[in-house]
Write a protein that binds this ligand. Sequence first.
Ligand code: SF4
Length: 668
Amino acid sequence: MAPTSQPASTAVPGVKKRDVSLYQFFAPGGVLSRTHPAYEFRRGQLQMAQSVEQALEEKRHLIVEAGTGTGKTLAYLVPVIRSGKRVIISTGTKNLQEQLFHKDIPFLEQALFPDGEGRLNVCYMKGRNNYLCRKKLYDLTGQPVLSGLEEIEHYRAIAAWEKTTQTGDRAELAELPEASALWHKIDARSDACLGQKCSSWDKCFITEMHRRAMESDIIIVNHHLFFADLSIKQQAEYAPDAGILPEVGAVIFDEAHELEDVAGSYFGVSVSNGRVEELCRDVEASLQRNHMLSASISGALKTLRERSMFFFALLPQGEGRFSFENRRDFLEENGEEFMALQQSFTRLGSELENLPSKPEEVFNFARRAQELQVQFGFLMESEDPNTVFWIERRRGGRDKFNVYLQATPIDVAPILKTCLFDKLECAVLTSATLAVGGGFEYMRRRLGLEHTRESVLPSHFDYENQALLYVPPDLPDPRTPQFAAKAADRIRQLLEITRGRAFVLFTSYAQMNDVYQRLLGELDFPMLLQGDAPKSALLEEFRLTPNAVLFATSSFWQGVDVQGEQLSCVIIDRLPFAVPSDPVVAARVKSIDAEGGNAFFQYQVPAAVITLKQGFGRLIRSLHDRGLLALLDNRILKKAYGRVFVESLPNYRKTTELKVVEEFFGVV
Ligand code: SF4
């Protein structure tokens, strides 16, 4: 069972925690050296702690790049605890959230307050869809709409668990599959939540989480929850009860290289055929349960379903993500169908409002219908120049597509500046990959950060001796058709030298599958392929299988940690430029160029530098790791922009010769 809160304490952080200076904590002979079993003095860690403390005291923002091995979590946690401020720590991954909550904070409490006095209130919050909505579960109890034996079994397990759980966090239900359709029907997502009008409000897990957060010194969240909350607050114009995260003195964004993408998705708008269907289903189930489903409401639902289906079928065809630039032409041709859809939202809304003595949730359905109508209106008619409009179509089963109509801010910087950085006293942004060419201009510009303190910390690792970077000068340009065959052959040669023990990372699924097929049967090592099993299972298999080679794409470029000899080689097929035809990337490129900038150098190259640093960062995870990094794309040597990549990478030893790779592994 994974508790999501530590016991409450009335202690106020502050005076006592100041008894120990940062130097006395981190320096040799200090508290850390006496309490941490694997203590090493890390100059960068102390420097980072001092910078964070200064930023907290001066109420300034700070960007700090701290490479793997700096020990950056302790470097921000100690000054946070000493500050006595309530602080949110927002991370990119669940792994880091868990490390903070289960490992780093308990360790620091033990080190700083061995007698137990002055312990912290810490709250670990996940996205709302991780928690059970009691109301939805109770509604289901009256009229279970379950499909199949498995769902009935899960329902029984959840109903029993609901009676005992303190948190409502699905992580406690190990037996519940990740993609459970039943959970989706009963989770606490905000769109169906009745808030204070809910009959289960007092014992609601979300209410409880909110209360805990209000009492906490440190609140651990992920970027998705943080920006979802921020966008709710912005829409509600910062009404005091909007959102679930309390006011804080500072926010620490760890894994901050992900902020632009996550913020973009929450300050955008998205509707889908699935969302319309979900509304219809919820209305139907609720009214049936309450014996209120009249013929006219059934008619309104039927019309809405038909018109939605028709409208989504009319949208431009294609799979994946693509731009929807010609909305005006589309509306000229299909304006009537769009208006008909809009009217069916109005009709459903008024049918619901006209219901006599209706339950509270019916008001919520009317609000959802109106919200969808407004969002469809924005998506089809807005001329906002800072928004890109696009469509995503994903296969959702045989002959079934999930279609999303999306609007994303082209530049999140002005939004973040106004809604976040101008309002916050102190934001600390940290990650192992934030700087490009040794500076933060790219991050500052993309995120709207002004007047920040900045710091790039020296690495704790001896990269020059721990890692060798190999770039083959003789391979063809990766954009040519000859590349795959030659690359596969070179990968085989490299793996023979390293005896497998490698991640081979690709920038596309097509390239991954192509090279994998070419090497199948050619290697003497076990080959694992992304997609053959869930990510965590593949990683576990990689760790346990001697000499394994894992072929993977973007999801393995970050947040993956394999220490030791088992991972001795990371091969990357090409410089990881974002796909230029992606609608959001294309709009950003166009906008920067239109403003007289140079999108290639100001956006595409720096973004690719950050991604490449992430990918290579998989190799050296401890002082004892050693291995080969291979980039099969020699544009890094031949093109002028290659210099930016080279200057941004740690000072790995570099070679263009296979012989040197062999020597490095003692093969010759
Ligand atoms: S308050 Fe919202 S999330 Fe909580 S039980 Fe009620 S409907 Fe569900």
